[in-house]
Design a protein around this ligand. Structure first.
Ligand SMILES: Nc1ncnc2c1ncn2[C@@H]1O[C@H](COP(=O)(O)OP(=O)(O)O)[C@@H](O)[C@H]1O
Ligand SMILES: [Mg+2]
Length: 361
């Protein structure tokens, strides 16, 4: 008997899906570990909690739970929104309602199986982004080299001409030709970077060193806006296996964007933190138990929803002289490091960019 009890206990705890056992008055009587993780709250805080607090403002869903207990019916694939009390956040879920058959065959309780579908939703969005990149890849690999060759001819001739020119105005025009050719060249280089598979040349990298180098580069630009960098580094962060040049490119892109978005006197905060977030672990499907997060916060322009949606799309830019490649390239590099980028932003308030990178022990 004790053995059977033990078996069920283990079974309950091992389920990947969250399980809630609810009483006839729709209050929680039992939860498993997966449910604790999905809602990010402890077992004891669930006890006696009413179902409508876990799934607020969804009378349809509550009704199904009640029906299942009173009539013995079950309902599958019910979509709902769960509420995370600790972060005040909401997440999409897929629910199954079943009556809880007790020995006496009187249905006085119900069971709810919960699948957190945020991962699925995120993957769907990500595959959209990947699709954008592969279309681009076909286009650019063919075009990039073809464009570069005549460009170097134009640049060489312009430089020769510049040497011959005496008239200052004429010289200025020729200098513009060279400058603009260089700009196209840089753009093409970025495109090639974006579409070529990046070699995994990973070495132990000190992330704070990377950040400090970027800050040194961008300090002057921010100073011109009377702004300052604020660094909050977690000294316990170990080195991570990474390609330092690529990470520099990522953080240069992100810090540049933050500086460009900042208004006069704006502060740009860069913080690092050792992170033990299991949701990240699950989403990335890596074995890594530990991650670091680098957070770049600005208090500038911010983004509305439509800008946020296109943020990672190659060539999307709201800037006069923007390439629209910074975010696309950054995402590609970070994903190649098995990491991820999270963005939260509010128009005219500011933007927080979080870069998660795994630590391989
Ligand atoms: N920190 C930020 N604050 C506000 N908007 C941003 C920020 N970062 C990126 N964006 C928006 O995303 C767009 C794309 O960024 P990016 O890919 O770096 O290209 P670019 O900087 O060349 O425009 C920007 O044009 C801007 O509209
Ligand atoms: Mg940019």
């Amino acid at each position: 008997m004790a053995e059977a009890e033990n078996f069920y206990q283990n079974f309950f705890a091992s389920l990947v899906d969250g399980v809630l056992v609810i009483s006839a008055d729709l209050r929680v009587t039992k939860v498993n570990q997966a449910a604790e993780e999905i809602f990010q709250r402890s077992r004891s805080s669930f006890e006696g909690e009413s179902l409508s607090k876990l799934f607020p403002d969804q009378p349809n869903l509550i009704d199904k739970a009640r029906q299942s207990i009173t009539t013995g019916a079950s309902y599958h694939h019910v979509e709902g929104i769960g509420y995370n009390k600790s972060t005040n956040g909401r997440f999409p879920v897929n629910l199954t309602f079943s009556p809880f058959m007790k020995g006496d065959h009187k249905n006085t309780a119900g069971i709810i199986l919960i699948q957190d579908t945020s991962l699925l939703k995120e993957l769907q969005e990500n595959s959209q982004q990947t699709e954008n990149l592969s279309t681009l890849s076909i286009l650019t690999t063919g075009m990039a080299h073809e464009i570069r060759n005549p460009l170097s001819g134009i640049r060489g001739s312009a430089q020769l001409l510049l040497k011959e020119l005496k008239n200052n105005d004429h010289r200025k025009y020729m200098e513009i030709v060279i400058e603009e050719v260089d700009r196209i060249n840089r753009l093409i280089k970025k495109m090639i970077n974006l579409t070529h598979p990046i070699l995994n040349d990973f070495k132990p990298t000190n992330i704070h060193e990377v950040l400090e180098e970027i800050i040194t580069l961008e300090k002057e630009t921010l100073k011109k806006k009377e702004g300052t960098f604020v660094q909050i580094y977690d000294p316990s962060i170990p080195t991570i296996k990474a390609n330092k040049d690529e990470l520099k490119q990522v953080f240069l892109n992100l810090v540049k964007n933050a500086v460009e978005a900042s208004s006069k006197g704006g502060r740009v905060q860069i913080s690092t933190q050792y992170n033990n977030n299991y949701t990240f672990r699950e989403k990335q499907n890596t074995l890594s138990q530990h991650n670091i997060v680098i957070k770049i916060t600005d208090y500038g322009l911010g983004m509305d929803n439509s800008t946020m949606k296109k943020l990672f799309t190659p060539f999307f830019s709201t800037k006069k002289r923007g390439t629209g490649l910074g975010m696309a390239v950054s995402l590609k590099i970070i994903e190649n490091h098995n990491g991820t980028i999270k963005v939260t932003s509010e128009k005219n308030i500011g933007t927080v960019i979080q870069v998660f990178l795994p630590i391989h022990k």
